[in-house]
Write a new protein. Sequence first.
Lengths: 427, 219
Amino acid sequence: MSASLQRGINVLKEVIDAPVASFFNSCVHCGLCAEACLFYLETGDPKYTPIHKLEPLRRVYEQEYTLIGKLMRGLGLAKPVSDAELEEWQPLVYDSCTMCGRCSLVCPVGNDIVYMVRKLREGMSVSGHAPEGIRGAVKRTVEIGSPMGVKWPAVQAVIKHQQAETGFEIPIDQAGVEYLVLLSSMEIMNYPEYLGALAKIFKKAGLTWTLSSTAFEATNAGIQIGTSDIARVIVKRIVDSAEQLGVKKVISPECGHAYMAIRWEGPNLIGRPYKFEVIHVLELLDELRKKGVLKMKDSFDEPLIVHDPCQIVRRGGVLDAPEPLINTVATHYIPIVDKQKMNWCCGGGGGTSAIHTEEAEALRVKAFRIKKRQIEEAGVSTVVTFCANCRIVIEEGFDHYEMNTQLLGLTELLAEHLEDEPEGVAS
Amino acid sequence: MTELQLLTWARGTGLNIALSIFVLGVIWRLVEIYGLGRKQDLAPARHRDGASGWNTILRRSLAPPGLFKRSPITYIGGYVFHLGLAIVVFLFAPHIKLIQGLVGLSWPGLPSQLIDLVTVVTLAALLVVLWDRIVKPVKRYLSNFEDWITWLVTFLPVLTGYLAVKHLFLPYTTLLALHILSAELLLVVLPFTKLFHAFTSFGSRWYNGAINGHRGVPT
């Protein structure tokens, strides 16, 4: 057994807990999880059945933590997990799983399958079986500070440009303000208007805020690849900066895994609760809406549907904010059948969008057909969402299928139609 | 060994062995599984009504939106044979007598004609889910030796019980002995196979509801 494989197996042994044991013992091979997986539905290939993706973890569990498994192993009747097998499983654990968690909502015996995928990725990454694309993103996050290689000067350029564009100030490293705003690289690179939109909204609401030059990136590639040690380093940057600046709240951006990382996994990674609160930007906006601060000067009148990002909604629990916010600005919002926590993934979450092998890209495009159908069935040419990664993936899908559909970020959409005159309402 | 001796053994020693393995096996497996424990979640919880372990234990018995249509046989077959098994095991008068002899508790049973009907329906449902497992690509792909054998040890006690009550094919004594032996086989394998979901699915649903409920998501 190679040293890296041994380390991987050891990590898997460490992450196996009572829920994992309960889940594996409950599975009756009914196959219903496949019916919730976009990769199975769009390919029809049974190997994409979610519970099957966990086979290496199940075997480690059985061989290490059950009496019968240990006996079988002792008698040489159990097949140990090998490097070759983990390599074979890489496309199942990464390319074809976006950790969207839809399967966890349907399993009749209650298995939280995505909970286990997250754990299996710990062993996969440590043993060297994570895909090259995500490994690169992790390396860049650790060495440069962001998965796309964005450095602070690039952020500064965006700040300058957005200040000039909107006429609103974007504060940097200001201690004692109420909110620390985080960004995702994808926003910095592709959707810088998000920052301008926030500046406008904060100004209008009369709230104090800042960006941090040492912790602007919220995306956590460590969580996507499945390495808690790295995820911890990335979360720690934000925690240190937020606690140094003494902010009351940290705002997670329109990025799914960033929210999962900073809001839900973060305190567990660093081993203690934060000294600040983490909220998603939509939760802040919804609070402002309830206070009557989000007054619109006009409305968006095209028919539209919403794409609910998995990590923010289904897995993150931001269930109630999106629809009222949409209805604040849009006059023709069309609720789709599988929405909110039952929504279908864009196909590129969980770090999958960083995998650029031919096979993974072909699979992603296939999986996107489910989103395409949702859009076509609703008969709209506008989709609104609130995750920068979803936006990239969906736009790739639009390009591939040559769809004449526009995709909008919710925060920007709200900012665009927000009343211009600042009122300075205090919180 | 005559048929009567076999029946006597099955009712006495056999039953004791099977029940002992079952009870000890269940306790052992529950400790083995739940003794692993889990780490406390340090992220501050988001509270939402209906998002909890207990809620998921109850609610997961119903098909989530869209799923029934995608796999009707799994749901209908599943409901029918699970309910059917519960009815024939716990509401057939001779079974209640047996349980009363073992633990002292008893309750009213159902008329035997009704039990007959439920048994036939249960057998049919078990055959349908077996057929489904053979023809559905996902189910066939997931299936291993354990899936077929657990199906068989579930099916046999129901079948032999029905044949014994109806006095079909073999002498009553033989059929009753076979019925009891097959039920004992079921008891023996239950803690060590996927049939143990009879116990763990409650724990699994609770964990699922609690883990996601911590984030305010009702599952």
